[in-house]
Design a protein around this ligand. Structure first.
Ligand code: SF4
Length: 312
């Protein structure tokens, strides 16, 4: 398996004007590894994921770059190839399972349809695999004919994970998979994803705003802010020795929580895409900003990654 996003940019059209919402994104994912995309709401994480699956809204378009999966550029794929790719080679688990599951269809039917839709198995074989998968996420197979509302939030998320993995995809995208869940259930879900990653040599893209989750579950981290990657590196180095002011600020907020001190939040709020100016996108909230930050910051290399900044 190989997967690489190179120099990807996405623009949005609103009221006859064009705005850049993803700029020069570069990401690499290796087989059996987990990468995290971390950042606050509005950082472009979900737009990036929707680009990977070519599911962008009509007013958004990829203006440059490539998304290569197993030597094929997803950006150039036909509709048939994309249908095959989605759910079969690259699966996604969204944060709210109730909206991802059909409330009026039982779980067995929803799971078997994934296999029959992709022509992976006929009905009887599909049912057998659905029962195996539901057991593998610790739900008794006797419950497979029940409906989504018969399960708790955590169980529904486990069902979605089972459904996402029933086709044996190469990549699982987990988009804030635990946001709506309590802390214990969050850990259960993340451990389940980790178990499958190890058992199936699955590659995982974990989307989160939570650096504590990143540090426990990922190998490599991309810190995103307002549509750009501010810093990238191996998880241990990002956590222990962050370079970019935004990464430092994100980390300070979780360190304070662990010390049960008052949470230090990052000053200000993320501007909207309509307010993006030339220069460093983090400038309006950065404690280290100087005049030259109104010019595009240089990309500085680190031992195993890079960051964009003038002053650090
Ligand atoms: S380039 Fe300037 S504004 Fe941007 S992160 Fe670095 S110091 Fe802050």
């Amino acid at each position: 398996m190989n997967f690489e996003i190179k120099n990807l940019s996405v623009d949005a059209d609103f009221d006859g004007k064009r705005y850049n919402i993803l700029n020069d994104i570069n990401i690499k994912l290796s087989e059996g590894k987990t990468i995290s995309l971390v950042g606050e709401s509005g950082s472009g994480k979900t737009t990036l994921v929707l680009s990977v699956l070519m599911l962008l809204n009509k007013n958004l378009r990829i203006t440059s770059g490539s998304i290569v999966f197993n030597d094929k550029n997803i950006v150039d794929m036909s509709d048939d190839e994309l249908r095959d790719l989605r759910g079969k080679d690259i699966s996604i688990v969204f944060q709210e399972p109730l909206t991802a599951l059909n409330p009026v269809i039982d779980i067995e039917t929803q799971m078997t349809e994934v296999l029959t839709h992709h022509h992976i198995a006929l009905e009887n074989e599909a049912k057998r695999r659905a029962a195996e998968m539901i057991e593998s996420v610790n739900i008794p197979r006797s419950k497979i004919k029940l409906y989504p509302h018969n399960f708790s939030g955590g169980q529904r998320q486990r069902i979605l994970i089972a459904m996402s993995l029933i086709t044996n995809p190469k990549i699982l995208i987990a988009d804030e998979p635990t946001t709506a869940l309590d802390v214990i259930t969050q850990i259960e879900i993340l451990n389940l994803i980790k178990k499958f990653k190890e058992e199936k040599n699955l590659s995982v893209i974990l989307i989160t705003h939570n650096l504590a989750v990143v540090s426990a579950y990922s190998d490599y981290v991309y810190v995103m802010y307002l549509g750009e990657i501010m810093e990238a590196g191996r998880t241990i180095n990002i956590i222990k020795n962050p370079k970019h002011p935004y990464t430092k600020a994100l980390l300070e907020s979780i360190v304070k929580i662990e010390k049960t001190e008052r949470l230090k939040s990052i000053k200000g709020t993320t501007p909207s895409i309509f307010e993006i100016k030339d220069g460093c996108r983090f400038m309006t909230r950065c404690d280290y900003a100087t005049e030259k930050c109104s010019n595009k910051p240089p990309v500085k290399q680190t031992e195993d990654g890079y960051y964009r900044c003038w002053n650090l």
